[in-house]
Write a new protein. Structure first.
Length: 371
């Protein structure tokens, strides 16, 4: 039984969808707060999804409700994802007598966790929860190294790189035409894509400012797929930059593959990444990518030609200018080749395929349950 905070369209949620679709185990999923597009997709796989609706005062009953649910299902393994699930579901699983509790660490940074500052209280709470769990799965070697710096025993951590459905992300001309028609963009217009939550850590304000010259001077369109608390401020920023008519705010989308097919260049200003899912998915879709941080690329044996890293700079304006220069370079190259796709680096396919990731997680379950 997987337990996760909610089932919208974030990276951890989509990883869970890929995992239950390919696992060789029988699965069920619990969302603590709310469902969403990923909940619908998981149900379509024939997997049962329970949504507890834990908003507000309902949090006070989270542990007993989870204990009752787990005693009814009697799972061999409870696998928790994200901090809220760790906080409520790890103690509940132990109270319910579940023999194995696995915790996936998706969003641990050097100084924050899921956007929360790493206070001594949070760090202490996390260490207690880690010891209550049987084992931790880290979504990248970078994440495992951060856990080790926290004092977590490396023998209690297994690295399972995030998986990507490479075949589903293959360029689709029909999807390109359909999404562009939906957005009112003709086939010859350069489209810059950005995928991610509209939250501070993703720095979509820098993306807007870096892309603004392309939008104003060259008639490009910026497509932003994602939702979050900064939606209104970002829309106001687009207006102040004079590019509001050249930006398409898509909100949360379940058809990321279609959005990427409609895109010509990908840009990510995100910092404090544990993996860099949006960047890797763009590269797998054959897009050139300008990015600031992507541990998944750093862990490959050789650079990926289609990806250009922008160094992290202390000055915000200098950061935007550097990102804008790389983005303009990639845009020029894309136009020069007629907006055709780039070949996909074989290393991305071999290392980050979805089925190998699911198989490795299944192997963790088998090792902890004695087979």
């Amino acid at each position: 039984m997987h337990v996760i905070t909610a089932l919208g369209t974030g990276g951890a949620e989509r990883q869970l969808e890929l995992l239950v679709a390919r696992s060789r185990q029988q699965s069920a999923v619990v969302a603590l707060y709310e469902g969403g597009p990923v909940a619908d997709a998981i149900r379509a796989l024939g997997v049962r999804v329970e949504v507890l609706g834990m908003a507000g005062a309902a949090r006070l009953t989270a542990v007993p409700r989870l204990v009752r649910l787990l005693r009814r299902y009697r799972p061999d393994v409870v696998h928790v994802h994200l901090l809220a699930a760790q906080l409520w579901a790890i103690p509940a699983a132990r109270l319910a007598g579940v023999p194995v509790v696995v915790s996936s660490e998706h969003s641990l940074m050097d100084d924050s966790m899921e956007g929360r500052p790493l206070t001594p209280a949070l760090r202490g709470t996390y260490r207690v929860l880690e010891r209550l769990a049987s084992h931790t799965v880290a979504v990248s070697a970078t994440t495992a190294q951060r856990l080790q710096r926290w004092g977590v025993d490396p023998q209690r951590v297994t690295v399972v790189d995030n998986g990507i459905d490479v075949d589903a992300l293959r360029f689709d001309p029909a999807a390109r035409a359909a999404v562009r028609a939906e957005l009112g963009v003709d086939d010859d217009t350069l489209v810059v894509g950005a995928v991610g939550r509209l939250e501070p850590v993703k720095r979509m304000d820098q993306v807007l400012r870096a892309a603004a010259p392309l939008l104003r001077d060259r008639g490009a369109v910026l497509v932003v797929a994602g939702s979050g608390s900064l939606a209104a401020p970002l829309a106001e920023l687009a207006r102040s930059l004079g590019v509001e008519g050249r930006v398409r705010w898509l909100g949360s989308r379940s058809d990321v593959a279609g959005v990427l097919s409609a895109t010509d260049v990908l840009v990510s200003a995100s910092r404090d990444e544990t993996f860099g899912m949006a960047v890797v998915e763009g590269l797998v879709a054959g897009l050139p990518a300008a990015y600031v941080e992507c541990p998944a690329l750093e862990e490959l044996p050789a650079p990926v030609a289609a990806a250009v890293q922008v160094p992290e700079l202390d000055d915000d304006d200098e950061q935007v200018a550097a990102l804008g220069r790389v983005l303009a370079q990639l845009a020029d190259e894309a136009v020069a080749r007629g907006l055709q796709r780039l070949p996909v680096d074989p290393a991305l396919r071999s290392r980050y395929g979805a089925q190998p990731a699911a198989d490795r997680v299944d192997a963790v379950y088998r090792s902890l349950t004695g087979g």
